[in-house]
Write a protein that binds this ligand. Sequence first.
Ligand code: IPE
Ligand code: IPE
Ligand code: MG
Length: 233
Amino acid sequence: MVLPMNSTPSNHGPHVACIMDGNGRWAKRRGLPRTAGHTAGEENLAEVVRIASARGVAYLTVFGFSTENWVRPKAEVRHILSLHKRLFGRIEELNANNVRINWIGRPFDEPGARTPAFVQRAIRQAISDTAANTGMVLTVAFDYGSRAELLRAAQLSISESISGIPITTLNVQSHLYSPELPDVDLLIRTSGESRISNFLLWQISKAKVYFTERSWPDLDANEIDAALALIRQ
Ligand code: IPE
Ligand code: IPE
Ligand code: MG
């Protein structure tokens, strides 16, 4: 599904991507269940959206749930799904901040895709309810894996090549889930892991990368400013 990206954000700011990691460890340190960490993580995402938007970020792309995360315990997966419904339901707040919602992940009708119907509905609704906003584009990666994305783009490009369209960088790029997203300028990963974990492998080719020990629920404005300094020097 290619989503309508009717206009580019008005502020010409950078594309920042976040691997929102460490919710489980954040909860464990507090003697809470992992689900409480995810709840805190979703709340902090709402805060990060406000901060990023205020700092003039044009595109914020966040890793919400990966193609690899489905193997987690059922109750945890169910909780994370319900939090995505909450996240995509924050329409009033998104509209107040002039933020447009976008989504990347395995297309709903593709074999192997796993986004449940209630999350599909929430995604579609959020996209249409925020479509008129002209500020930051918030792309949520859900049921997303970069290898699945690139494999599909390669397959589509190869099929096109049979009818004479050459396989070029631009043509492969045009088959990414959200081809209109520009290259990532800055990738942030929280919670001390220095891995990419199958996130935006094509799009981060030229990105600066900022790793922090802080857990996602604790990522605050100071830390975001420190990360942004990497691309603003
Ligand atoms: C990130 O936090 C959220 C998702 C991957 C959905 P984790 O759940 O991976 O937290 P840790 O890494 O176990 O602390
Ligand atoms: C990456 O975090 C995926 C998301 C943030 C949704 P993980 O916690 O799943 O990554 P790994 O397994 O530690 O690489
Ligand atoms: Mg993790």
